[in-house]
Design a protein around this ligand. Structure first.
Ligand code: MN
Ligand code: MN
Length: 407
């Protein structure tokens, strides 16, 4: 059986049923149903959703079972809007299977701050648009400050307090990734929240300040995101000011993408793996930043050490997740969507658009690990692969070994 990508509700036209279909009886029944008119939709439809999710409306015949949704979108979530910026999140509450990772998409206007805070989870970030100045203070008493722009990453370890300020003319938008599925942007430890919930005389004693000074501190509602003035000092001036009082951190908590070349690339795309090997400050979260050209595909593979949380930055495509027990599910993805692959589950990602597909594979683990199906099939003695696949020795020999991870 050959099934071209089912990009609309009429995939029957591109399916040829072979008498000895290797896809099994269930799949064959689906193909027959597509042919004999059983599959039609005479009743109500949500056309907007159908157009976005053709592979949910009419799954490829190879899909089967009860795997829950592997798709969500930031465009479906509540957006918390404040003077100075906005934020929204996709967590375990939106995707029940995603217990290891949650994500937040946030915008801050020029000069605005994401209030200085800390939290239980580690925070990994990629700048999507604009520029920002970030600070993070470490338990060893060292300070780090840097400017980041589009494509740059940062990591703020669990418990280390940090601040983010928009500096570009149009501010900044960034994606945050946390190694805690139940993370919530609504429950971080905020500086202003703490000050509001400490007796004023204790604050006076702690800071060595008089009541008039304590009366100036924020009251009523935590700041969280707030408008402010852009930095008046250059980065170098800020660094010099900090260095008068505190040592600067020797650890680098930002990662500049322009300084690096892709880990792997070929004619169909490229991938940059960023983990503790090239970003040593990132000990708990790693990523593969993938670009797939039109017609290209991220090959069939799985990750032995973690589940995969995806953020789609640009383009469109589809993914099928195979989760053992005859369970497989295909869904469509567009920019601003989130994808999820359970640990160990086999999957591919196919670019179905006419522009480059750019997406993040995120893992709550120090090292990126992957098993590629093609490599495995070619690594075994040919006789073993032949016995499992019915392919001839010549055909097995033809299976590409794309060290580049794209086919
Ligand atoms: Mn944070
Ligand atoms: Mn993957």
């Amino acid at each position: 059986m050959n099934a071209k990508p089912a990009t609309n509700g009429s995939s029957a036209a591109v399916i040829e049923v072979q008498p000895d279909s290797v896809c099994g009886e269930v799949a064959l029944n689906v193909v027959v149903a597509e042919r004999d008119g059983t599959i039609s939709f005479p009743g109500q439809q949500n056309i907007g959703l159908v157009e976005l999710n053709p592979n949910s409306k009419l799954p490829p015949p190879t899909d089967h079972g009860t795997l829950e949704s592997i798709w969500h979108s930031f465009d479906l979530t509540h957006r918390r809007v404040q003077a100075g910026g906005w934020t929204h999140q996709v967590t375990e509450r939106e995707m029940r299977m995603s217990t290891e990772i949650a994500g937040v998409d946030m915008r801050i206007n020029k000069g605005g701050f994401r209030e200085a805070h800390w939290h239980l989870a580690d925070e990994w970030a990629i700048v999507l648009k604009g520029t920002a100045r970030v600070t993070v203070f470490s338990p060893d008493g060292t300070m780090f400050i840097d400017d980041v722009s589009e494509g740059d990453l940062w990591i703020f370890p669990s418990g280390s307090p940090h601040s983010i300020q928009g500096t570009g003319d149009s501010g900044v938008e960034f994606l945050l990734v946390f190694n805690q599925g139940s993370f919530s942007e609504e429950s971080t430890f905020l500086l202003s929240d703490w000050l509001m919930h400490t007796p004023p005389d204790v604050l006076a004693k702690n800071f060595g300040l008089g009541p008039d000074s304590i009366a100036k501190l924020p009251k009523n509602t935590p700041l969280y995101i707030f408008a402010s003035e852009p930095p008046t000092q250059t980065l170098a001036e800020d660094q010099a000011e900090i260095a008068k009082r505190f040592p600067m951190s020797q650890k680098k908590f930002t990662f500049k993408r322009k300084d690096v070349t892709p880990t792997q690339s070929n004619g169909h795309g490229h991938v940059l793996v960023v983990d503790q090997r090239n970003f040593p400050a990132s000990q708990k979260i790693c990523s593969a930043i993938c670009t797939i050209k039109p017609g290209g595909m991220r090959e069939l593979h799985w990750h032995p050490n973690a589940s995969e949380w995806q953020f789609w930055i640009q383009g469109k495509g589809r993914m099928t997740v195979f989760n053992s027990s005859e369970d497989a599910r295909t869904m469509d993805f567009n920019a601003n969507d989130v994808g999820f692959v359970p640990k160990m589950a086999g999957h591919y990602v196919e670019n179905l658009g006419d522009e480059n597909l750019i997406f993040l594979e995120m893992f709550a683990t120090p090292d990126f690990q992957e098993i590629a199906l093609n490599q495995w099939l070619r690594a075994m003695p040919a006789q073993v692969t032949i016995a499992h696949t019915n392919l001839s020795a010549e055909e097995v020999d033809k299976i590409a070994i794309p060290l580049e991870n794209f086919v």
